[in-house]
Design a protein around this ligand. Structure first.
Ligand code: F6P
Length: 466
């Protein structure tokens, strides 16, 4: 099997902390281990100047190559265009998107630099798999350096509707850059439809069939590959973790009250302030639950240097204080709000203890927490998932209580419904959801994408065929 070159903003270089690597990191590492190859990207570190050469770590057949970024590059590429322009725009937050020419230039510059540093590590037979919105121009930059290899791109975020994308001054070059790849993977049909709309209405591209089109002189395949979680991992971890220290201690603090749980990176796309307001509405509308149920929101800090992330942190602190001040009692705290990070195994135990999982992003590519919550449940006594219809996961997990996160009354009613739902209905809904979580696993996602990418002939195969 030919080698794989994986490119992503963050690289999971195995080290002392590798035991805590997330599912995606493990899945990509496994793929690289089996066929050998390179994982290339940012080191996660900044320096006065961007490094001249990538730092190399060899582990078995895999080369991990990472670059430290200088402050200017980091600010313009990561904090700037990736996370203040593309991220809000792709999550339908035009109100938060900043269009700075300087940041855009920095984003292009860093992608050009990544392509330059990656080029010498690529061998003739390789397949290249690039991940996420940070790296959209990379494929085009590699093509400019003569890289004719099979190249795939997977977008982990939503792809915005045509009218939203058109607000981006550089939309044309961005989509043209996407078309430099041979295969483009999206999370949901919605995303693929939005992309097809753009090709259809904005370019002279021609749709050959549902998944293939001709644009900018290239034939490109675009498909849906919904991402999942590792097969069996959370199911086993939660059964174990619920017997362990943290889950036991949490259970003791509940004093037989029910628990509702939300776990999200602290990001405005996750709808946490709206969730808090819905929880307040729930306490207001269903007073019988007061003193009987608590909500725990775990929201580890993320992208803390980006001003919009600082603002939402302040907002949440205010809201949590307000709700607890207004409704709490000397022996009951309605809302537990923590920005601390927990190991996934610990979270699995927390999920299993929680009667309701609350996953209400305003917009999300997939949302793996929804799948992790389902996988963590006790099959004989499962909890209920309250899920935003705007999370990619809602496509598969349609047996959840689907809600509109902007509708506080609707979410409050769903929280109530989750708490009073019969065990029979809970089991029925859970069985439908767990079957999909198991079928569309992370391994399945990886293999599905790679089988399409590997069907594109390598450079050596093309040369041999001519
Ligand atoms: O899913 C989007 C994503 O940007 C991932 O690529 C990334 O691992 C995650 O969010 C966390 O974001 P960051 O790398 O900015 O901390």
């Amino acid at each position: 099997m030919s080698r794989l070159v994986v490119v992503s903003n963050r690289v999971a270089v195995p080290d002392a902390q590798s035991a805590t690597a997330g599912g995606l990191a493990v899945a990509l590492r496994d793929a690289l281990q089996s066929c050998g190859g390179v994982w290339f990207g940012w080191s996660g570190k900044t320096a006065a100047q961007t490094a001249e050469k990538p730092a190399i770590t060899e582990v078995g057949p895999v080369t991990y190559a990472t670059l430290d970024l200088g402050r200017k590059d980091y600010n313009e590429y990561y904090n700037g265009f990736a996370n203040r322009t593309l991220w809000p725009l792709f999550h339908y937050r035009l109100d938060l998107a900043e269009f700075s020419h300087e940041n855009y230039t920095g984003y292009l510059r860093v992608n050009t630099l990544f392509a330059d540093k990656l080029r010498p590590l690529i061998e003739d037979d390789d397949h290249i798999w690039v991940h996420d919105y940070h790296m959209i121009p990379l494929g085009r930059e590699l093509r400019a350096l003569g890289v004719e290899h099979p190249m795939g791109f997977y977008l982990h975020t939503p792809f915005p509707a045509l009218e939203v994308l058109l607000a981006l001054p550089s939309h044309a070059l961005l989509v043209k850059s996407l078309c430099a790849y041979d295969v483009i993977g999206f999370q949901t049909e919605n995303d693929l439809r939005a992309f097809r709309d753009y090709i259809h209405y904005e370019t002279k591209g021609e749709l050959i069939d549902e998944q293939t089109f001709h644009a900018y002189g290239r034939v490109v395949r675009a498909e849906v590959f919904p991402i999942g979680i590792e097969r069996g991992q959370m199911e086993e971890a939660s059964a174990r973790a619920v017997e362990l220290g943290a889950a036991r201690r949490l259970e003791r603090t509940l004093h037989n009250r029910s628990l509702m749980i939300g776990v999200d990176r602290l990001d405005y796309s996750k709808g946490i302030p709206e969730r808090f307001r819905s929880f307040e509405r729930f306490l207001e509308t269903y007073p019988d639950h007061r003193g009987q149920v608590s909500m725990m929101q775990i929201a580890p800090l993320s992208r803390s240097e980006v001003p919009e992330y600082k603002a939402i942190r302040d907002e949440l602190e205010g809201l949590a204080g307000y709700i607890n001040g207004r409704y709490g009692d000397f022996d009951w705290m309605p809302l537990h709000y923590l920005t601390k990070n927990f190991q996934r195994e610990t979270l699995a135990g927390f999920f299993r203890l929680s009667r309701v999982g609350v996953v209400t992003p305003l917009r999300d590519g997939m949302n793996l927490v929804a799948k992790e919550y389902v996988a963590s449940q006790d099959p004989s006594y499962p909890g209920v998932l309250v899920l935003s219809r705007f999370a990619g996961a809602a496509r598969e997990l349609d047996a959840a209580l689907l809600v509109n996160p902007y509708d506080h009354d609707g979410v409050a009613a769903a929280l109530h419904q989750g708490l009073v739902m019969s065990l029979e209905e809970r089991r029925e809904r859970w069985e439908s959801m767990i079957a999909k979580v198991r079928d569309n696993s992370l391994e399945h996602w990886r293999e599905a994408f790679l089988s399409v990418l590997r069907a594109v002939p390598t450079l050596a195969e093309r040369r041999a065929g001519t």
